[in-house]
Write a protein that binds this ligand. Structure first.
Ligand code: ATP
Ligand code: MG
Length: 510
């Protein structure tokens, strides 16, 4: 058996091998050479820039898309999937970033939907179904109640349920498209432990992520894609991060975190004793012109909740928010926007975009009011503003007129960022600005944030990525259980100090 790097010949004992698959959507060639081989008992990473064709390849494996050409072999036999059901029947289970459970059904019902165990008289045998679900969870080592409804479960738990379902279906291939994007560190560890134990029992796993630490920590082999085409497959031990990046982007990239020195001016945003009972309390800080303040902490520490309250999306019980000395009305995004505040939300698919509208319309959605006020609005201006920001962020789309729903996940995120940058805010909140964004564009987003600061804009950045926090921020506020547990200046901040203040074991960083 040959496992030499960049070998494309199907290995005899591969569980799955796709070679030279192509897929176009109208004029857009999403995939020009979709090639991947997954062995039983390996965890195989698929990496590439936003729009490289990873999700399109996954959807071919899942039977969602039919390839225009190519060869697809499972266990030595060529297959053609006409639907997702065919893919399932062939032993492939796919877990998407946003799980697809039925919210009204119980956990056990979700696992066994369509194939519930039945007793005499053909009635659903609930006790058996429950017991089997419980058995699956104990095997996975997670305490989830099979009888609760799926609604309200964390994304992490929903993913584990999808995995339980995959196991109960005896899936031999498990595909996970950016499963960790919305998980906290502990949840990622749990997902990895489960993945490793499945691998050790012979399951072949395909894992997609933009985070290199995860790829190198978890995966046995790595396949790189660029512009819809296979570039190479490597054993993880044979490749470095730099080598991988070069293959992904086809060039060396500028350094991450290119922070420029900005002059820090007067306070633009002042938050004083902001409290929402049970969620966050006594939050006070300022963000000055030219300053980037990072809000660090674990997922669930209350960072997004504070940001939403500042912007007026959520209410708060006491405290004040001032922009340049002027108090903002509570619970009024309009008041915040009028005062020059912008907000790039964390969940960009749900909160940031209108999926059916075109890229151009989405990018200019917040701009319309401003342009209309000066009688300037027309489709030419709209197009120009959208094109300018989309180009700077390297949004990959066939045309500005396509609906954003057709963009790759990372490219949708860029449209939301472009939209807010185009409003020229004086104070900008960015919640997890580079989540789901590839390594090349990440550098570009960091450069943009840094440039905005140099232009005198005040920036509040929520980020779970320590290198991003340490690399970009002038001041770091660490939140723990709804309170600010540490304030660190750029000079005194270290990874240890931030983690220490963020974790449950301490109240302050020394
Ligand atoms: N239904 C569709 N109609 C038109 N274009 C599409 C469609 N689906 C995907 N594309 C295009 O195909 C290309 C590949 O997209 P894909 O979603 O596979 O990228 P990806 O590698 O998963 O990126 P990301 O890391 O951002 O998730 C993109 O340019 C995308 O806009
Ligand atoms: Mg994708």
């Amino acid at each position: 058996m040959s496992m030499s790097p960049s070998s494309t010949a199907p290995t005899i004992d591969a569980a799955l091998s796709l070679s030279s698959a192509t897929k176009s959507f109208g004029a857009v060639a999403a995939l020009t050479n979709g090639t991947i081989e997954i062995l039983p008992g390996e965890i195989h990473a698929l990496v590439g820039e936003n729009g490289a064709g990873k999700s399109t390849l996954v959807k071919i494996l899942a039977g969602v898309h039919q390839p225009d050409s190519g060869r697809f072999v499972i266990d030595g036999a060529e297959v053609t999937f006409k639907s997702p059901a065919d893919s399932k029947a062939a032993g492939i289970s796919v877990i998407y970033q946003e799980p697809t459970l039925f919210p009204d059904l119980t956990v056990a019902e979700n696992i066994f939907i369509g194939r519930q165990p039945r007793g005499r008289l053909g009635l659903i045998d609930r006790p058996t179904m429950r017991a089997r679900a419980r058995e699956l969870f104990s095997r996975l080592g997670v305490p989830i109640d099979p009888d609760r409804v799926a609604e309200g479960l964390s994304i992490a738990d929903q993913q584990i349920i999808e995995i339980a379902k995959a196991i109960s279906l005896d899936a031999r291939i498990l595909v996970m498209d950016e499963p960790t994007a919305a998980l906290s560190g502990v949840e990622v560890e749990r997902l990895f432990a489960v993945s490793r134990s499945l691998r050790d029992r012979g399951t072949g796993i395909l894992f997609i992520s933009h985070r290199f630490e995860e790829v190198f920590d978890l995966c046995d082999r790595i396949t790189v894609m660029r512009d819809g085409a296979f570039i190479a497959t490597h054993a993880t031990a044979d490749i470095t991060v730099d080598g991988l990046v070069r293959e992904m982007v086809g060039r060396d990239i500028a350094t991450l975190f290119p922070k420029q020195e900005a002059t820090i001016g007067e306070a633009v945003l002042s938050v004083s004793s902001l409290t929402r009972v049970g969620v966050f309390s006594d939050i006070s800080f300022e963000v000055h012109a030219g300053e980037i303040v990072a809000l660090a902490g674990l997922v669930g520490a209350g960072r997004t909740e504070v940001a939403r309250a500042i912007f007026g999306i959520d209410r708060y019980d006491s405290g004040t928010v001032h922009m340049s000395g002027k108090a903002l009305r509570a619970h009024s995004p309009q008041s915040a926007i009028d005062a020059g505040m912008g907000f790039v939300p964390e969940d960009r698919r749900k909160q940031g975009l209108v999926m059916d509208l075109s890229v151009a319309r989405n990018a200019t959605l917040t701009l319309r009011k401003k342009l209309a006020r000066f009688g300037l609005i027309n489709s030419k201006d709209e197009r120009r503003a959208a094109e300018e920001w989309s180009a700077r962020l390297q949004v990959k789309t066939g045309s500005q007129d396509l609906s954003v729903a057709t963009l790759s996940g990372g490219n949708q995120q860029k449209v939301v960022i472009a939209k807010w940058l185009a409003t020229s805010p004086r104070f900008l909140i960015v919640d997890e600005p580079t989540r789901g964004i590839d390594v090349g564009t990440k550098a570009e987003v960091h450069r943009l944030l840094s440039e905005l600061a140099v232009q005198g804009i005040a920036v509040l950045m929520i980020s779970s990525e320590l290198p991003e926090v340490l690399g970009m921020a002038d001041t770091i506020l660490v939140m723990h259980e709804g309170r600010i547990s540490a304030r660190l200046s750029r000079d005194e901040a270290t990874a240890e100090a931030v983690m220490h203040a963020a974790s449950a074991t301490s109240e302050s960083a020394e």
